[in-house]
Structure formats: C-alpha cells, structure tokens
Ligand binder design. Structure first.
Ligand code: ATP
Ligand code: MG
Length: 574
C-alpha cells in the first residue's frame, strides 16, 4: 500500500548526520540513536503543547499522534501542556475542548496536565538571572522601532541605544515592569545576543512584554508575559522533556531555544522539527477557522464540514481512522500537501469493517407491488453485517408499497444497467424478486410510481428456479419508513488550495457554495432508533452518523463519507 508524496520527501536531507533506519522515520531513528548512546539516560519524554486559542484541527492530530505515539512506542511519557502565554487570545472553553479532543484521539497524559503559566515565577527568575549575567536588557524602543532596526536577511540589524544599560538599571526596570509601573509597550526585555547574526531570530529577540491583561489562570498576578520562544524551551526543560517535536517553521528558532538553555546552563531537551500537515481543500490555521465561525460561514467549531477534531467527530469520523491517517502520511522534513481523498480512504477503511449496514432511501420513488396482498406486512430478519454473523440482525417490514432510489429506475436503460426498467427483474435486498411492469408519470413528466409484480416463491431474494437476477436494490416499506433529515457534505472549499486566492480575494471567496445539501430521506425503522453519534452504512449509499440535532420525531443524519473511493482508484492508476 503506497502513501502520498509526503513520504518521498522524507528521504535523507543533505547535511543530516543520521540516515533513516529501515522502516523508521527520521524522528524515531534519532530517538533510537539517542537511546543507544545513552543520551537522556534512555528516557523518552515528549509533550503536546497547544495554545488554548482555538479548537484542535487535523494538523494537531498529526502532532498528537506523533508525540503520544512516540512516547508509547519507546515506553516513555507524553505531557499535555497548555502554552498559555498570551492572555488576550486564550479561553477556558478552548482548554476544555482540547482536553476532550486529545483524549478522544487516544492521547493519555495521565496526571501530567501542565500550563506554561504554572512556570511564570520560575521564568521570571530565569530572566533576572539572564540580566545579572549581562545577557538580557530592558529596551525602551517601540515594537515598530525594534522591527525597523532588526535588519534583513542580507543586512545586519542595528543595536538599540538602550542595549548597554547596566545590570543594576536593567534589574530595576525589569522589576518595575513586573510591578506594573509602566503601560503596555513602554518597555520590553530583550536577550542580548548579536544584532549581526545571520539568523534574524538571534538579533536580540524579545523575551518579555508588558500586557495589562487578565489571564484565565493567573488572573491579575502578572502584567508582563514571556514570549513563546523564551517560555517554550524553559517549559520543556522544567518538565524534563527529552525530544521537543515541533513544526518546521521553528527551525530558525532552534538556535534561540538552545541559546536560552545553554546560557542559563539548565537541562537541555533536543528540539526536532517536522513538516506540518497541509491538506487539499482544507484550511488548517486556527486564525482562519475562527474567522469561519465568527462570520457564520459554518454553524460552529463542530460543524461537520470543519477540519476540527470536534467537527470530524460530529461528522462520524472515528479516532481510529484519524490515527491510521496520521500513520499513513508519515513524517517528512519538507512541506508538502496531502490529498484529502487519503483521509476519506482511511475513514472508509475503518467504517467498512466496523459499521452495521441498514437501509435508507435518499431520493425515494414509490413502488407498488400489484400482486402483493393489500394490508399484508412481513417482517424480515436481516443481518446487520453481511460478513459478520455475530453482529446480529434486525427486523425490517415489507409491504405492498415500498420506496426505492429514483436513480435505480431508468425508462431507457443504458448498457449494463442491471437495475430497474420496464420488464426487468431485480432483487429487493433480502426480500423478494420483483419485475417492473409499468412506470407512471405526472403531467410534467416526472416519475411518480412504479408498478411491479413480485415472485411469491422468491422469499429471501432467491429465485426458486435458480434464474440469474443481477441487480440488488435497497428499499424501505413506505408505510413504515421514517422521514429523516440527511445532510450531504462536500468539501468546504471549492478549490484544492483555498489559501491561494486571486488578487483582492481571500480564502473566504474560495468557500464551496455547494458544501451542504439537506434532503429528506426515508429510513427503515431500526435506523431511526439508533442513538446519537452512531455511525452506520446506509446500504449502497455511504456512511452516515446520527446527529445531535435529531429529535424524537425527526432523526438527522450527517454523511460521514461516500462509498466511492477516489483515492484507491488514483493509487491503482499511478
Ligand atoms: P495554527 O497555525 O492553527 O494556529 P499552531 O501551531 O499555532 O497552529 P498550536 O496550538 O501552537 O497551534 O499547536 C500545538 C502543536 O500542534 C504544536 O506543536 C504545533 O506545531 C502542532 N501543529 C499545529 N498545526 C499543525 C499542523 N498543521 N501539522 C502538524 N502539527 C501541527
Ligand atoms: Mg501557535
């Protein structure tokens, strides 16, 4: 079984000192080597570090599967750490949702739920230590001035006029920053490294800024907050993380990660970068997902069209399918884009083997069985899974009037059409063989009903004389069927690369106006009784999950995936 192109790019990058061991990706290869050399005493301790400023999405699933997966495989541990250093964007709602989503995906952090804000006091003390060493200073320049003086990739930066303050003055100012003596933006604390460094990140990066903001956990205790690059490495160090796995955009920040820990001479984890997940037809950026929610382009974070974990869960996607997906995409050191159809393939693979099959007619047309006694009802015992007898069975009513899919009938059948047309005989799944006698149309030419005859000797769907009947249709009894709202989903975005919008347009303009079709379908009675959250296969029609919008009178089902498998077909072609 192949995987998409992400894995090819995992080929060893020039300059890497280690090569991949057979079957292991570059991260697991490195960890194996670290264990062999006794680095970190053979321990493996990772962390998943979300910022609680939004709901988790498929990209986070990759990181969760990697961090928790690596820890599990090497007999180590993985922490859940909330990177809550930005008080203005964070919320307890997000913390709760992240916990739920990580647990749902199978991440077990036991009692190790940590917060960067737990370490604010320690981080502050480390900052004073840097000042005392002459390795950090308080700057009075504005954020704009600092940016303007940072230089470019080809030009060195310029030093701040405040760079050479005395240790005493820096300590005094930093303490007064903490004490709340200054307004937002009046000062920052910067590392004193090298304004001419070829790595722009190393040009005296900001470590602390003033923010008179209420923090969801520390309240009003602080009005200075550490920057990500400073808080992250120290949080890793404090927690005894061995391998700090992060996405590629932090590759230039690794030098700063190492500088902070080396300068303070504290325990030093290894940062390793991997490519973030990009997916066709999908946006994976919390900022943009927030915009979709706020502007009402979707019904909420858990809209089943969203790439959020709660959206996928509501759609009916099982966590096993996401874990399989994350395993198949593998790990690469170069950015690439994965086909959405691979995700659908993984969903189908799992659901095909793990769901019950029942019958629903999505676009019903009435069938009248003219030779079937009026008022008679038979209850057929039908297996819930064609391959698994232990799955049990359910009772399905059969009567004189049925519904079948409109599309299963053609007045003039194309070649190899084995379904219903005038004169043809088909099998009604597990019930009887019927022959089409006549199609009835209204004045506008719309098909309204099909008049058929059944073979009373074919109970169970077998021809008594062994004659061949190729087509098998699903059906429901018109008198017993339960009308239901069924939501058919397509990609949320109409184009494979939604971020790529023409001049003057944004990703919002790439939304797919056809991403949701709501229809009324007819369900067999057993289907209507399934509890919310149950995912089933509607025979021949796809996988559907009962939605929480269901009421006692009216079930609602979301289509999780179609049966069609474009990705496997592409694979075969390629
Ligand atoms: P976003 O760009 O959506 O805001 P983020 O990286 O800012 O994402 P965090 O909450 O900081 O979100 O991420 C938590 C962890 O998940 C980080 O280790 C981050 O690298 C990882 N992560 C986020 N997005 C992806 C992605 N698309 N692929 C792989 N890992 C990701
Ligand atoms: Mg982030």
């Amino acid at each position: 079984m192949g995987t998409p192109d992400t894995q090819n790019t995992a080929a060893v990058t020039a300059g890497e000192e280690r090569t991949e061991t057979q079957g292991l990706d570059f991260i697991r290869t490195r960890i194996t080597a670290d264990n062999a050399s006794g680095r970190f005493g053979g321990a493996v301790h990772t962390r998943f570090p979300p910022e609680p400023n939004g709901y988790l999405h498929l990209g986070h699933a990759k990181s969760i599967c990697l961090n928790f997966g690596v820890a599990h495989e090497f007999g180590g541990m993985c922490n859940l750490r909330f990177d809550d250093t930005n008080p203005t964007k964070e919320d307890m709602e997000y913390v709760d949702s992240i916990r739920e989503d990580v647990r749902w995906l199978g991440g077990d952090w036991q009692d190790r739920e940590f917060y960067a804000s737990n370490y604010f006091e320690k981080l502050y003390q480390y900052a004073e230590a840097l000042i005392t060493m002459g390795k950090a200073y308080v700057d009075d320049l504005s954020a704009d001035e600092i940016r303007a003086m940072r230089g470019t990739l080809t030009e060195p930066g310029r030093e701040s006029p405040y760079r050479n303050r005395s240790v005493e003055e820096n300590l005094d100012l930093f303490r007064r920053m903490r004490a709340g003596e200054f307004p937002d933006g009046a000062h920052v604390l910067r590392a004193k490294i090298d304004m001419a460094s070829p790595n722009v990140v190393m040009r005296d990066p900001t470590l602390y800024r003033i923010r008179h903001a209420h923090h969801q956990r520390t309240g009003d205790a602080w009005c200075i907050y550490p920057m990500y690059d400073y808080a992250h490495c120290l949080s890793d160090s404090i927690e005894g993380i061995t391998h700090s796995l992060c996405t590629l955009e932090f590759i230039n920040n690794r030098e700063l990660y190492d500088w902070v820990l080396d300068t303070l001479d504290v325990y030093h984890p290894q940062q390793i970068e991997f490519a973030r997940l990009n997916l066709t037809y999908t946006i994976l950026s919390k900022r943009k997902l927030i915009q979709l929610v706020r502007e009402g382009h979707v019904t909420g974070w858990d809209d089943p069209r969203m790439p959020t974990l709660c959206g996928l869960r509501r759609r009916g996607v099982p966590p096993e399918a996401l874990r399989d997906f994350c395993a198949r995409i593998g790990l690469a050191r170069a950015d690439s884009t994965v086909e959405y159809s691979l995700l659908e393939f993984c969903i189908r693979e799992y659901l095909n083997a793990h769901t019950e099959r029942l019958m629903a007619v999505l676009d019903p047309v009435k069938v009248v069985i003219e030779n079937y006694p009026e008022g008679q009802v038979e209850w057929f015992d039908m297996p819930l899974s064609p391959d698994d007898p232990t799955a049990g069975s359910r009772k399905v009513p059969f009567g004189r009037e049925l519904c079948i899919e409109r599309d299963d009938f053609r007045q003039e059948p194309p070649k190899k059409f084995h379904r219903l047309f005038p004169g043809s005989e088909v099998r009604l799944r597990y019930a009887y063989l019927i022959t089409c006698r006549e199609a009835v149309y209204d004045a506008a030419g719309k098909l309204i009903e099909l008049h058929c005859a059944y073979d009373p000797e074919s109970r169970g769907g077998q021809a008594p004389d062994g004659r061949k009947v190729k087509g098998t249709l699903h059906w429901v009894s018109a008198a017993h069927a339960v009308p239901a709202t069924v939501r058919l989903y397509d990609h949320l975005f109409a184009v494979p690369d939604p971020d790529n919008a023409p001049e003057g347009k944004t990703f919002i303009d790439n939304l797919n106006p056809e991403s949701l079709h709501e229809i009324t379908a007819m369900l067999e009675p057993a289907l209507a009784e399934k509890p919310v959250g149950t995912c089933v296969q509607f025979e021949r029609m796809g996988y559907f999950c009962k939605d929480r919008d269901s009421t006692a009178e009216r079930p609602v089902f979301n289509r999780t995936a179609t049966l069609r498998d474009t990705w496997a077909k592409l694979e075969k072609k390629g």
